[in-house]
Each structure stands twice: as structure tokens, then as C-alpha cells.
Write a protein that binds this ligand. Structure first.
Ligand code: SF4
Length: 415
């Protein structure tokens, strides 16, 4: 199936190249339209020295901007670290959006192509990058076509040197969304995550200091600079900074990408942004961060959806992919699908994850659930796996065991 998907993405791309097919929505704003409303002015000011780099950092700090790919590292701190490292420095945008349930980066790339490219170039100017790479999920042919068209427009307008931005196609591996595996992939190697330290900010792409940022993080930068960091930060929920994009799917009336205050609760997001639960469905559970973020019960639907509070309950916000399950869904089947996903996507480099994901699935499929053994295996995977995949793979199961009665998770007698 995976090969069939990839073949069809390549076929679509070929048709777009020939001009024979215009995918919908090919809606990215044109360069002229974006410039007419002030786009790339901050970039010009930064390059001319009229806008000091320190001011940009201060605005990002005032906005409370953190990495929206999942790790949540403060953006200005990361940019400062790379800027302070010796040249040549590189910038890599992680557009390999592969977390199940996450689709906000695709929408941003397709609908806010220039704000994203503006943010990319602002970041490049701030760290004085020698080159940029965009590593794009190959299943996004429309985004690919738009980016290629608009990067060419930037080059023609002499806003960027030809070849400065290198647009790379991912090859379908979930693990290549992990920053060091992504870097290995750009270098032409198998996408194995690296041991840290050294961190990629010190020794990343081709051994050089590298800034890796997610699409949404970069796309927010021009807005923050235009609005002012403090003003943007004040848009967040109580105790949280700014807006963020939530990918909402599952049993709601109006799923989709919702730009909402950071720290909004699941209940508010469903009621105020998604038109409530789908007809005839009651909220049973939700996944706050796609496959990796764990499963929480309806009784915890008032927790703020952002970094911090969810972790206390064994869950993660990750890339803010909210998947809503109802009383008509099969919780056991959902957990099983997630465990199968991780066993399938483990890159196999380290034993705790390669063997652990398969063992966890086998234990889950056994006639009786051995909860203590499952929790022991989960602790080992968290402690000893090299990267976030193996560390987060137990989350769906451990949270389900913690918050739901075992009869909802155990195999049915006739299975
Ligand atoms: Fe690969 Fe899993 Fe180890 Fe990460 S934790 S390096 S995905 S085997």
C-alpha cells in the first residue's frame, strides 16, 4: 500500500510538472500580493541592518514562541545558540509532517506559502545561514508544486540567491521527521537518528551547526514581528503564550486545522471551534498529540492543550494533533493500531525500541493483559531508546492502562 501511495504522489507531481494538472487547492498567495501587504519588509530591514537581530530575538521571546514540531524548545534560544556557533551554519526546515493525525503544516504550506518562506528567510538571516534545506513529506505534491513555484518567484525577484533554498522530498519514513534522522537522510544516508550529544545546533548537517525548525514555527515569525511579540503572546489562553494550529480529527462535527489560543482545552476546542461532537457521539477519549501523545479520558478534557500540564498526566501535546474518540469507537482497536504503527515504523537501530515495540504488541494481543510486565517494558523503552520514537511508543498503552478500565482494553473472549 505504501508503495502504491508513493507511486501515485510521484505521478501527480509529474502531471503538475507538465502543466497538465493543477491540484486543488493550489491557493498559495502570490509573491506580489504578499509584498503588497508588507511581506518581506522585515527581512529587507534585517538584511539592511535597520532591524537588529537582537530585536528579532527579543520579539520571539516576548511572544513565547516555542518549537511547534513537538519538542517545544524556546525558538529564540535555539536561534541564539546556532548564531553563536562557528560558520558555515545551515538551516533545515522540517516539513516531513508524519505524525498520525497531524496535517496543519500541509495547510500552512498550501495556504500561507509566503509567510512560511518569509519566516524561513528571516531565520536564515538571523543565524547568518550559508544555505537552507526544506525537507518536505513526499505525500504533499500540491505543497511541493507551490513551494517550487514561489521559490522561483523569490529568486526572480532577487529576494534570494538561486540555489540558496534546496527543496528535498522525503521518502515516506516516519522516523525521518526526527531531526537527526532527517539530517542523515539529506546527507544521502539511511534515516537513523543520531546519539546526542553532540546536538544538531553544534554538529548537524554535514557536521556543521544547524538550526532545525518546523513549518508552523517559521510561519509564525513574520506575524510576530508585524504584530509585536507581546501582543501576539497575549493571544494565548491564561498562562500560555500566543496562537497555535491544532489538527482536529475524529468524531467532531467540523474537523480541520483550527488556529486557537495556546492552552485551550479539548472541550473548548471541540465546542467552540469544531461545532461540538458529531451527531449521536459522546466524548470517550482523546489523543492530544497524535500517535505519540497518549490517550486521555473525557474526564480530563478540561486540561490545557499545550506544553506542561499534559505531561503531568503521562501525555504529550507534540504537534497538537487532537484525535477525538467517542463512545462508539473501540478503544482496544485504537490502542492496537497505534502499537502496530510504532512496531512498523521503528527504524530498528536500537534494541529497546526494535524489540520493545514488537514485544509490547505481542503482550497486548495475549489472552490476558499482564499490566505489570507491560509497564516494566514501557519504562525500559523510555529509559533506553535512542530517540523519541522508542521513548514515546508506550504512551498510548500506558495512558490507556492508567485511565480506562481493563475490560475496555482486554481481548474479547471470542477474539
Ligand atoms: Fe530507531 Fe526506535 Fe531506536 Fe529511535 S528508538 S533509533 S526509531 S530503533
Amino acid at each position: 500500500k505504501r508503495h502504491a501511495d508513493r507511486a501515485s504522489a510521484a505521478d501527480v507531481l509529474a502531471l503538475i510538472d507538465e502543466g497538465a494538472f493543477t491540484p486543488l487547492p493550489l491557493v498559495g498567495e502570490s509573491l506580489d500580493a504578499y509584498r503588497a501587504r508588507g511581506g518581506y519588509r522585515q527581512l529587507q530591514a534585517l538584511r539592511d541592518g535597520a532591524l537588529p537581530v537582537e530585536t528579532v530575538f527579543a520579539e520571539l521571546e516576548a511572544a513565547g514562541l516555542r518549537g511547534m514540531g513537538g519538542a517545544g524548545f524556546p525558538t529564540a534560544r535555539k536561534w541564539r545558540l546556532v548564531r553563536a556557533a562557528p560558520a558555515p551554519r545551515y538551516l533545515v526546515c522540517n516539513a516531513d509532517e508524519g505524525e498520525p493525525g497531524t496535517f496543519k503544516d500541509r495547510v500552512i504550506l498550501e495556504e500561507q506559502t509566503h509567510p512560511f518562506l518569509d519566516g524561513l528567510l528571516l531565520a536564515a538571516a538571523c543565524i547568518d545561514a550559508d544555505r537552507c534545506w526544506i525537507y518536505l513529506r513526499d505525500e504533499y505534491p500540491a505543497a511541493h508544486a507551490l513551494l517550487r513555484r514561489e521559490i522561483a518567484a523569490l529568486e526572480a525577484a532577487q529576494l534570494v540567491e538561486p540555489g540558496f533554498i534546496d527543496l528535498r522530498r522525503g521518502a515516506g519514513a516516519y522516523i525521518c521527521g526526527e531531526e537527526s534522522a532527517l539530517i542523515e537522510s539529506i546527507e544521502g544516508k539511511r534515516g537513523y537518528p543520531r546519539q546526542r550529544p553532540p546536538y544538531v545546533a553544534e554538529a548537524g548537517l554535514f557536521g556543521r551547526p544547524t538550526l532545525v525548525n518546523n513549518v508552523e514555527t517559521l510561519a509564525l515569525v513574520p506575524t510576530i514581528l508585524a504584530a509585536g511579540g507581546a501582543r501576539f503572546g497575549a493571544l494565548g489562553g491564561e498562562g500560555f503564550a500566543g496562537l497555535r494550529s491544532y489538527s482536529v480529527s475524529g468524531r467532531v462535527r467540523e474537523p480541520g486545522v483550527k488556529q486557537a489560543p495556546a492552552g485551550i482545552s479539548t472541550r473548548q476546542l471541540i465546542d467552540d471551534y469544531c461545532g461540538g461532537m458529531a451527531e449521536g457521539h459522546q466524548l470517550l477519549a482523546y489523543l492530544p498529540g497524535g500517535a505519540s501523545g497518549g490517550i486521555l479520558p473525557a474526564s480530563l478534557a478540561d486540561l490545557p492543550l499545550h506544553f506542561g500540564e499534559l505531561e503531568k498526566h503521562g501525555a504529550l501535546i507534540g504537534s497538537a494533533a487532537l484525535i477525538v474518540l467517542s463512545d462508539r469507537d473501540d478503544l482496544r482497536a485504537a490502542v492496537q493500531a497505534l502499537l502496530e504503527f510504532f512496531a512498523d515504523e521503528s527504524c530498528g537501530q536500537c534494541t529497546p525500541c526494535r524489540i520493545g515495540t514488537e514485544k509490547m504488541l505481542a503482550l497486548f494481543e495475549a489472552p490476558e493483559l499482564d499490566v505489570s510486565l507491560l509497564n516494566e517494558l514501557a519504562a525500559l523503552m523510555r529509559d533506553a531508546s535512542i530517540c523519541g520514537l522508542g521513548q514515546a511508543a508506550p504512551n498510548p498503552l500506558t495512558t490507556a492502562l492508567q485511565y480506562f478500565p481493563q475490560h475496555q482494553l482486554a481481548r474479547k473472549r471470542d477474539e
